[in-house]
Design a protein around this ligand. Structure first.
Ligand code: CA2
Length: 145
């Protein structure tokens, strides 16, 4: 399938601090991992990262009619962005939400996700592997289970 993978603010800083929460590997390693996983699973992926909410809204809007699925780690916008939620609702593209950490066992403010209200699946706390599981959702087996 043709999939768009979106990473939100500060994920480009991975590996620089907080390795106990987000792991030691950097953002380039995450991108390589996603590309390799997609290739193995037979998907075509476009990777997009931004620190700006409006740019994320724009890329979601431009995915309409182009991509069959979205994988998104909205990072801090998970907990604040009605605009990203509305954009995902507007395009109606099946979306899997991914978080490196388990947002449900951290601070109270991380426990609520706007994107979860529209996501077909949310994967938390599996580190990089969460992205692979999200890509697996879009395989025939994942879609039927
Ligand atoms: O666990 C996740 O994947 C998060 O979406 C990551 C976000 C956080 O705001 C969410 O609550 C959960 C943070 C992205 C990266 O933040 C960094 C912080 C320090 C050093 C490097 C990256």
């Amino acid at each position: 399938m043709k999939l768009l993978v979106i990473n939100g603010p500060n994920l480009n800083m991975l590996g620089i601090r907080e390795p106990s929460i987000y792991g030691k590997e950097d953002f380039a390693a995450l991108q390589n991992y996603i590309r390799a996983s997609a290739k193995e699973l037979g998907h075509t992926v476009t990777l997009f990262q931004s620190n700006h909410e409006g740019e994320i809204v724009d890329v979601i809007q431009s995915a309409y009619g182009v991509y069959e699925g979205i994988v998104i780690n909205p990072a801090a916008y998970t907990h604040t962005s009605v605009a990203i939620l509305d954009a995902l609702k507007a395009v109606g593209i099946p979306t899997v939400e991914v978080h490196l950490s388990d947002i449900h066992t951290r601070e109270e403010f991380r426990k609520h996700s706007y994107v979860s209200l529209v996501a077909v699946k949310t994967i938390c706390g599996l580190g990089f592997e969460g992205y692979r599981k999200a890509l697996e959702y879009f395989t025939e087996e994942g879609l039927s289970s």
